[in-house]
Design a binder for this molecule. Structure first.
Ligand code: TXA
Ligand code: MG
Length: 311
């Protein structure tokens, strides 16, 4: 399957593959028509740039300018892993794959399947998450198949359920002061000891990253986050059957549907998108997500995704 995926990618086709964060819809970063096909399959706005996945630092240097000491230190510590670094782009990355920008986000994914394919192909592979634009990111091969039912012969490599479950941290090193464009598993406190201060713009700010518009990662039924102490009242007033992503201590009376979420942040992230999909398919007419009280570490990224799901 690895060889077949590499063959298809080299011939300009798209392939869905696992990464440690979410499944991606991959293609050759230098192939304009393959990149255009990825945008078309997803229904993604052409201005929203794709992440270029690389095998290692050497490949990252062949796709970017200015992969400096900061980038090297970060990559040495966190790659392969969920950190995408934005830098000026070399011509190897086609402009259509980055929405015409002068920069590209690069990351080495920590998944043996993605790395094996990258090694065989030998050059960067661009991929957005393998979902229709604006919908929930996929964390299993079945999720990908559900997103692209009508696409015959899309090769979907099976790497099991994703270990992290939410998308990578996107860090912009192309500007004077490093800026986190999208929070992820690598948090502010992981970055500052290595590169000093980073700005964390208010996370709803529309222009932080072209792709982080408020509504994103959202289920197709109305979804909102609810403070833990407001849940009882909100459900009491709720006239439609509602699926609730809740903790074991939360009470969810019938006819509403409780989807129990883990207390541990890592386990919560692993479960989050699958739970949203199950909520969507449960027949419920609305989704509530009980907003966790915790706000540090991985919860920063989780609050961001919870807010976007409900925006
Ligand atoms: O974990 C992940 O990052 C997954 C896996 C497949 O690698 N990919 C992913 O891709 O989430 P996507 O396209 O769904 O989200 C990429 C985000 C978008 O918000 C996009 O706007 C931002 O990264 N981004 C990519 N390249 C950028 C650039 N050159 N400048 C600013 N933002 C960029
Ligand atoms: Mg996405």
């Amino acid at each position: 399957m690895i060889a077949e995926a590499a063959r298809r990618l080299k011939s300009g086709l798209c392939v869905a593959m696992p990464t440690e964060t979410v499944y991606g819809l991959f293609c050759d970063s230098s192939n304009e028509s393959a990149l255009a096909a990825v945008y078309a399959l997803k229904g993604r706005p052409p201005s929203n740039p794709l992440i270029a996945h690389v095998l290692d630092i050497a490949m990252a240097k062949r796709t970017t300018f200015g992969f400096d000491a900061r980038a090297e230190k970060l990559a040495a510590k966190y790659w392969p892993g969920p950190l995408a670094i934005v830098l000026p782009r070399r011509p190897e990355i086609a402009a259509v794959g980055v929405g015409g920008r002068g920069t590209v986000a690069v990351r080495a994914p920590a998944h043996p399947v993605a790395l094996a394919v990258l090694e065989r192909v030998g050059s960067a592979l661009s991929a957005p998450s393998a979902n229709r634009s604006g919908h929930i990111s996929p964390t299993t091969p079945q999720h990908v198949a559900d997103e692209f039912r009508n696409i015959e012969d899309l090769l979907i490599l099976d790497g099991g359920a994703c270990n992290f479950g939410i998308e990578s941290t996107v860090l912009d090193l192309s500007r004077a002061r490093p800026m986190v464009l999208r929070p992820g598993a690598i948090g502010e406190s992981d970055l500052t000891p290595i590169i000093g201060a980073v700005s964390m713009p208010h996370l709803t700010k529309q222009d932080a990253s072209p792709g982080t518009m408020a509504k994103h990662y959202a289920p197709s039924v109305p979804c909102e986050s609810v403070k833990p102490n407001a849940l009882v009242q909100r459900l009491f007033n709720q006239t439609v059957r509602t699926a609730v992503l809740a903790f074991s201590s939360d009470e969810v009376p019938a006819p509403h549907i409780k989807m129990e979420m883990p207390r541990d942040a890592h386990a919560y992230a692993q479960r989050f998108y699958a739970a949203l999909r199950e909520a969507e398919q449960s027949g419920a007419s609305a989704v509530f997500i009980v907003a966790p009280e915790e706000r540090d570490g991985l919860w920063v990224a989780l609050h961001d995704r919870i807010r976007r799901a409900g925006a």
